[in-house]
Design a protein around this ligand. Structure first.
Ligand SMILES: Cc1cc2nc3c(=O)[nH]c(=O)nc-3n(C[C@H](O)[C@H](O)[C@H](O)COP(=O)(O)OP(=O)(O)OC[C@H]3O[C@@H](n4cnc5c(N)ncnc54)[C@H](O)[C@@H]3O)c2cc1C
Length: 307
């Protein structure tokens, strides 16, 4: 990436928020991957928008990320600027039954704010380890609910023209693990969630129960990006993978989890190439055995797994 861009970034954010050759293993829950040429952590929603506007004006390659919990960066790294929406872009305010939060707010924190205010409807999200922005983009969901059910407004930066736009939940075109952001150059800055009044004790009980279920079923003791594949219509990815005899199958440090075959985990020292090779092997085997081509849910940066 051009060094003049790094210099110019210093005009919109403090020098301490800009890093070069940043190890993306530190910013993804897979705990592996190459380096980003430039890595910026905006300190406010306004700053995030200014940074992206600058990158747009300079026609620089960039990508916005949240907590990296659905992301795998190739070992070759990313030859552009990663804009990471962290907690500094994650203010949360509650007014009546509406929660407004910045894109960088962790879902666990937003769900906790809902609980504290006696608001129900977001319990499902309390154990999803992503940011609000990432969850909006992915229409994250669990236990029968999804972001689509609760998001009523999203403030975004339209990267086509640098303007701020406000979309309703309907405008977001939410679908299974997708939203309009997947197909349009939009950056989530802030979102509003509308919930129902509930009973604090019951909300807490539900959150605790879902956390127990996650711990029991998911290999949370190893780094991963959650479910590696989307659920194919009429099937469960984990079941297909297990029935294909791939439980525990490994490539280098990457393994099809013994606990939940829908998860590829980093058992220790896995490279992104190990994980990608494993994903390819799983797709090939499941397709050969059952005629179902699994689609990754994980966003893979810098590698085309169809090749
Ligand atoms: C143990 C574990 C359990 C999980 N369980 C679930 C689950 O139950 N349900 C579920 O749906 N997911 C689950 N996930 C996956 C993941 O947590 C979700 O997809 C989450 O919504 C991703 O958020 P993130 O902030 O980490 O996004 P990232 O991984 O950082 O990014 C994901 C995508 O969103 C884009 N993006 C992120 N922020 C923005 C923004 N502000 N503006 C524009 N684009 C943006 C990125 O460019 C990327 O394409 C799990 C993951 C793990 C590790």
């Amino acid at each position: 990436m051009r060094s003049d861009i790094v210099k110019e970034l210093k005009s919109v954010t403090a020098e301490g928020n800009i890093r070069t050759r940043e190890d993306m293993g530190k910013h993804t829950t897979f705990r592996t991957g190459g380096c980003a040429d430039v890595f910026v952590t905006p300190q406010s929603v306004t700053e995030a928008a200014d940074i992206v506007r600058l990158l747009l004006a300079r026609e620089a390659k960039y990508m916005v990320i949240g907590n990296g919990s659905n992301l795998l960066v190739s070992d070759n790294g990313y030859s552009g600027c990663i804009v990471c929406m962290g907690s500094a872009v994650g203010d949360i305010t509650v007014s009546g039954n509406v929660i407004t939060a910045g894109a960088g707010a962790l879902l666990s924190k937003v769900a906790n704010a809902a609980y504290e205010s006696g608001l129900t409807g977001l319990e499902f999200a309390s154990g999803i380890p992503g940011t609000l922005g990432g969850a909006v983009v992915m229409n994250a969901g669990a236990y029968g609910s999804e972001m689509k059910d609760v998001i009523t407004s999203v403030t975004m930066l339209d990267a086509d023209n640098g303007q701020t736009v406000i979309f309703t939940g309907e405008d977001m075109k939410f679908g299974y693990r997708t939203s309009i952001v997947k197909n349009h150059p939009l950056i989530v800055l802030e979102a509003q969630i509308t919930l129902d009044e509930g009973n604090k004790e019951e909300i807490k009980e539900r959150m605790d129960e879902l956390a127990r279920r996650r711990k029991e079923k998911q290999p949370l003791e190893f780094p991963s990006a959650g479910s590696t594949f989307k659920r194919p219509e009429g099937y469960f990815a984990g079941k297909l993978i297990e029935d294909a005899g791939l439980k525990g199958f490994s490539v280098g440090g990457a393994e099809v989890s013994e606990k939940h075959c829908g998860f590829v985990v980093n058992k220790g020292g896995a490279t992104a190439s190990d994980i990608i090779e494993l994903i390819k092997k799983v797709r090939l085997t499941v397709n050969e055995k059952f005629g179902v081509l699994l689609e990754p849910e994980v966003v893979i940066l810098g590698e085309d797994i169809d090749k």
